[in-house]
Design a protein around this ligand. Structure first.
Ligand SMILES: [Zn+2]
Length: 256
């Protein structure tokens, strides 16, 4: 699909790949983001900072990165940063665009990590608790400042087992968006529940927030903790205690 026309300043072109993509021959917009937004609104699809919209992105990421590069160039110009002669600012707009799509908010644009499930129904069925420690990087929706922390994910194994690294992949996929820590905690619990088919899931996150450390109250070493407990973790005090005992053991093993 060719979107070059939107970059060379020509307007008024007619049927294009983008029109076909919107599924509406009479609908003309120059930018990939306008067409994707149009489709999401048409479908009633929510596209908040913490939402995954991968089914609408497909192979349009490069076009969106090109478009965001131009937009970041405008922001830098407005900030009166000389991106022509300052060697450190040349290419910054493109670096920002790529960083948003491929790193900081990749979890919005990339599909769910593929978590192959293995049946947990053999003679040696594992019935105990599993606690995985996952390092997280996120950005807050309000300021796009870094959020850095650790999620402790607990489950009582259900009918499916997934590879250990998949817990962290899923958690990072949820985190790589614009998030609120409370929502992130719920998102991870829901996705782990879905991937493992276990209703007994706990997620405990502790994180530091750039928007409290780098700006505003400038409070260093302030830590935010959130917990979501489901099933036995919520209903059975012994299970809940075992989970938090495990979290403490994990913290002794790998303090942060
Ligand atoms: Zn913030």
């Amino acid at each position: 699909m060719v979107y070059n026309k939107m970059y060379d300043g020509h307007n008024g072109y007619h049927e294009s790949g983008l029109d076909a993509m919107a599924g509406d021959g009479g609908y003309e917009l120059a930018k990939a983001s306008d067409h994707i937004r149009f489709k999401m609104r048409r479908d009633g699809k929510r596209f908040w900072a913490g939402d995954n919209i991968s089914e609408y992105i497909q192979d349009h990421k490069e076009d969106l990165i090109n478009e965001a590069t131009e937009a970041f160039e405008q922001v830098l110009d407005t900030l009166l940063i000389d991106r022509e002669t300052d060697p450190n600012s040349q290419g910054t707009a493109r670096r920002l665009a790529k960083m948003y799509f491929n790193e900081l908010m990749a979890g919005r644009y990339d599909p769910t990590p593929n978590a192959t499930a293995f049946p947990n129904d053999t003679d040696g069925k594992y019935e105990g608790m599993l606690v995985v420690r996952s390092e997280l990087k996120s950005v807050c929706s309000h300021h796009h400042q870094p959020v850095s922390g650790v999620a402790y994910i607990g489950i009582i194994a259900g009918p499916k087992l997934i590879g250990l690294s998949k817990y962290t992949r899923i958690a990072q996929w949820c985190a790589r968006r614009g998030t609120l820590q409370e929502e992130l905690c719920m998102d991870i619990a829901r996705e782990i529940e879905f991937a493992t088919a276990s209703g007994d899931v706990a997620v405990y996150i502790q994180a530091t927030h750039g928007c409290c450390e780098n700006r505003g109250i400038m409070a260093h070493s302030s830590l935010t903790q959130t917990t979501v407990l489901k099933g036995a973790f919520k209903d059975d005090p012994a299970t809940k205690k075992e989970f938090f005992d495990n979290v403490k053991l994990q913290q002794e093993f790998a303090p942060r």
